[in-house]
Unconditional design. Structure first.
Lengths: 447, 447
C-alpha cells in the first residue's frame, strides 16, 4: 500500500489530514501523521483505519529518515526552516516533497539534484502563497491565450470573520497567526500603478487603503502588501502598467489600525520599562509624549490623532481596553507584544464563530479593441473555530497535490511552485468540486 | 622621554594631536601618530619635532604591539569595535588606554584584569559622550553637596552652524557624521517627565520638539534623544522626576525634518528599484502613493503633509532639490542613502564656514525651601571647516586626559568613564583655560 507522510499536526494540518483520509480507501493509500506530540498526531488521525499517528522528534535523524523511507510522498508542515533537512532526506531516499511555504535559498539550491533524480519538490501550496497565485495565473493565461493584453492587475486576500459571527466594532477576529496581524506592513510597501512606482512607508500604510466591492458583501478596505512587484514575472505580467496586491479588511478597520500605528503600539523593537506592572492606560499615556493628558486620556488621544471623541475609531480603541488601568502583566514586553496580548483576548473566535476568506482578482485588459474588466471573487466560510475556511484553504491545496502525485499525476521535477497549468488546473478543479469557487463578473468599459 | 601613542589620524584626531604637540616640549614627552595612511599621520603631526607620524595596519599585530610597547599611554581613535584588541595589548604590555567611545561589553569584561594591574582604561572622553556627562555631573554634585534636591534635569546638545555662516533655509550644515543625522531618532525615544514615562515613536519625534532659550542666541528646538533614562544612576538622579536629554536644532528645522520623515525619505531598509536612473522628483512622487500628483508634485506633497504651499517647510524641501528631475545616481540605494547624498552637497560647510556647538543643562532643584532653576550653557564656535568646534570638543577631552595621565595624575584603575571628580574637575578646568566655558544663570522661582 502506498503511503503519504504528513510531518506536523498543528493548526494547518487538520483539513489536509481529513482530506487525505477521506480519499484513502477509494485510492488505496495510507496516511502517517508525525508530530513532536504523539497525542496530537493520534487525535488528528481520529482512529481512521487508513491513518496512523506517530511521535517524532524531528532532530532524531534515523527515525525521521525511517519514516520518510516508509512513505512515497512527504508533506512537510514543519516550520519553514526545517524543510531543507527533510528535503535532503527526500533526495537521498528518493521521495517527493510537498510544502505550503515559500522556497528558501537553501531549498532552491537542491533543485538540480532533485531534477536529476526526477523528484518533485513542490512548494507554495497554501492559500497565500498558493491559491492566490494559482487562481490568478489561471485567469491571466486564459486572457492572454485568447489574445487579451492585461494592463492592470489588482489582487487582494483577507482572512476575516463571517458577517453572522461579526460582533465587535473592529469587525475582525483572528483566524490565523496573531503576531503577523500585529506586525503587518512594517517596512515599505511597493506597487505599480499606471506605469509608476508607488512606495508607502509603514506609518502611512493604513491611511492609504483602497476600497473594493465584493458581490453580496458590499465595500471592503484593502491596504498594500509589502512587495507587489516580485510577482510581475511569475505572473507573466511584464506588460501590465498596474500591479497591486493587498490585504482585505472590513470597513472601518484601517482607520482604527492607523491610529494604533500612530500611537506607536506596533513597535516591536523597544522594551517598555516595567511592563509587568504598567497598565494599558499607562502605556498609552506614555505614548502621548508631551501632549498633555489634561482633560483625561481619551481626550488627549483624540486630540493627538485628530479623531472625533465620540467617533468610531475612538470607540474601537476604547473597546480594546487601551484606556483601562489593567496591568500588561508581561516582563520586558514591547508595545507590539502588549497589544498582541490584548488582541488575543478581544479578537478571539468563539467556539461557534465562522471565519471567512475573501479573495478577489481584478484584471483590466484590452481585447479586440475593447477595454474589459474581469473580476473573480472567492468567498469561503468556515463551520466553526476548528473547521475554519483559513485552515481548509491553507491545507487543502497541499493535500490535493500530494494525493494526485501519489496517484501518478504528472508534475515538473525539481524545486518549484504551482505555476504550470498541468499542476494548477487539476488542483483548482478539485478545489471547485469541494466548493472553493470563484464567481466572475466581466464588463466592457468605455474605450 | 615618555610617549603618547595616538591610533587613528582621522577627523576627530586633529585637535587632539595639536593639543598634545603644543604641550610636548614644556612637559617633555613625544607623540606618535599611527594611521593606515602614513601620509595622513605625517600631515597631522605637521613636522613638529616632538611628533612622529607612522603607517600602521591595525591587523598587523606585531607592529601594533611594538608601537604600544614603545609608548606610555595609548589613545585609541580607531572604530569602536577595534578598541578591545588594543585594550588586550595594553593589558599584556602594561599600558594605559584612553578612548572617546562608549564602553562595549567586551571592553567592560577586561575591567577586573585592568584593575588588578593598576591600569587606567578611560572611555567616553569626547563631546557626547564626554563633556556632556562631565559638565552635568559636576553641577549635579555641586548642587547636591550644598543640600539641594534636584527634581528635574534637562540637557541638550547640538552640532550646528554659527549664525555668521548660516546661509541656508534649514540653518544647518554637517560638522560631523552625515549618516547619523539622516538616521537620527529611529526607534522609540524615552524620557521621564513629572515622574511619568514618556515614549515617542520615530514618526512623531520631530513634531514633538521643545524650545530652549540660549542667552544671546534666542530660541532653539530640541528633540528627544533615544534613551534619557540610562543616565539616571550614572548622574545620581534617582530622585529626579524629570530626566530629558535631547538634540538641539535651529528654529524651523524639526518641522521640515518631520516632513522628510513623513514622506518616508529616511527609510534605510528598503532598496529603491532602479535607483540609479530614478530622479529625486520621481522618488518623492513614488512616496506620495495613491495621493494623486495632479496639479504638480509640489502641490501633492503640500496636500499630503498638510503644509502651506508657499510656507517655510515647502521652501526647505524645494531648496534641497527634492522636486528636481535629477537622477539619484546610486545603484541599489535606500531612500535614506539617496537623501544623504543630496544633503552631503546641500549641507556641506564651505572652507571658511564656522560651526557651532551649543550645550545646555537645566537643573530644577529645591534648596532651603526655595525652588531654584540653574541653567548652564556652552556656546563654542570653530574657526573654519577644518578647525571646527566639533573636532575640538570631541578631541580635546581625550587629549587632556591622556596628557594628565602621562604626567602622573591620579585616576581610578580599571575600565571606566570620567564620572569621578578627580578625573573631571582638572579636565574641565583645563578646558575652561582653553576657552570652553559654560555661562550660568540661576533664578529663584515661585514656590
Amino acid at each position: 500500500m502506498k503511503k503519504i507522510l504528513v510531518l506536523g499536526a498543528g493548526r494547518s494540518a487538520t483539513a489536509l489530514i481529513d482530506y487525505l483520509l477521506q480519499h484513502a480507501s477509494e485510492d488505496d493509500y495510507g496516511v502517517i501523521v508525525a508530530d513532536a506530540q504523539p497525542d496530537l498526531a493520534h487525535q488528528k488521525v481520529g482512529g481512521h483505519w487508513r491513518g496512523q499517528g506517530v511521535g517524532l522528534d524531528v532532530a532524531d535523524v534515523p527515525r525521521r529518515r525511517a519514516l520518510i523511507e516508509a512513505c512515497d510522498v512527504v508533506v512537510s508542515l514543519l516550520p519553514p526552516t526545517l524543510h531543507v533537512e527533510v528535503a535532503r532526506d527526500c533526495l537521498s531516499l528518493n521521495r517527493h516533497l510537498v510544502t505550503a511555504s515559500y522556497i528558501s535559498e537553501e531549498l532552491r539550491a537542491l533543485d538540480g539534484e532533485a531534477r536529476a533524480r526526477g523528484l518533485v519538490f513542490m512548494n507554495e501550496l497554501g492559500l497565500d502563497p498558493g491559491l492566490d497565485h494559482m487562481s490568478a495565473i489561471q485567469r491571466i493565461r486564459h486572457i492572454q491565450q485568447r489574445g487579451g493584453r492585461i494592463v492592470a492587475f489588482y489582487s487582494a486576500t483577507g482572512g476575516l470573520v463571517a458577517p453572522e459571527s461579526d460582533d465587535n466594532p473592529w469587525h475582525y477576529k483572528f483566524s490565523w497567526n496573531p503576531r503577523n496581524v500585529v506586525l503587518a506592513g512594517q517596512g515599505m510597501a511597493q506597487y505599480l500603478e499606471d506605469g509608476r512606482l508607488k512606495l508607502v512607508p509603514y506609518h502611512r500604510l493604513f491611511s492609504q487603503y483602497r476600497l473594493i466591492h465584493v458581490p453580496g458583501l458590499g465595500a471592503w478596505e484593502v491596504y498594500a502588501n509589502r512587495d507587489s512587484l516580485k510577482y510581475r514575472e511569475i505572473y507573466g505580467l511584464q506588460q501590465a502598467k498596474t500591479l497591486f496586491r493587498g490585504t482585505i479588511r472590513h470597513r472601518g478597520f484601517c482607520d482604527a489600525w492607523h491610529a494604533i500605528v500612530q500611537l506607536g503600539l506596533t513597535e516591536a523593537n523597544f522594551t517598555i520599562p516595567n511592563s509587568k506592572e504598567m497598565t494599558y492606560a499607562g502605556l498609552v499615556e506614555a505614548l502621548l509624549g508631551q501632549n498633555a493628558s489634561e482633560g483625561g486620556l481619551r481626550k488627549a488621544v483624540a486630540r493627538l490623532l485628530n479623531l472625533e471623541l465620540e467617533g468610531p475609531v475612538m470607540r474601537q480603541l476604547e473597546w480594546l481596553g487601551l484606556f483601562e488601568e489593567r496591568p500588561i502583566g508581561i516582563e520586558s514586553a514591547s508595545p507590539a507584544l502588549a497589544l498582541e496580548q490584548l488582541l488575543l483576548e478581544k479578537w478571539a473566535m468563539h467556539p461557534h464563530d465562522r471565519d471567512m476568506i475573501i479573495m478577489q482578482h481584478l484584471f483590466e485588459y484590452d481585447f479586440q479593441g475593447q477595454h474589459r474588466r474581469l473580476t473573480a471573487t472567492l468567498v469561503a466560510k468556515g463551520d466553526d473555530r476548528t473547521h475554519t475556511a483559513m485552515a481548509r484553504l491553507v491545507g487543502w491545496p497541499a493535500g490535493i497535490f500530494a494525493r494526485k502525485l501519489l496517484l501518478g499525476a504528472a508534475a515538473p521535477p525539481g524545486v518549484s511552485t504551482p505555476t504550470h497549468p498541468e499542476v494548477y488546473e487539476p488542483l483548482l478543479r478539485e478545489l471547485e468540486r469541494m466548493g472553493v469557487r470563484f464567481t466572475e463578473e466581466e464588463e466592457i468599459c468605455s474605450q
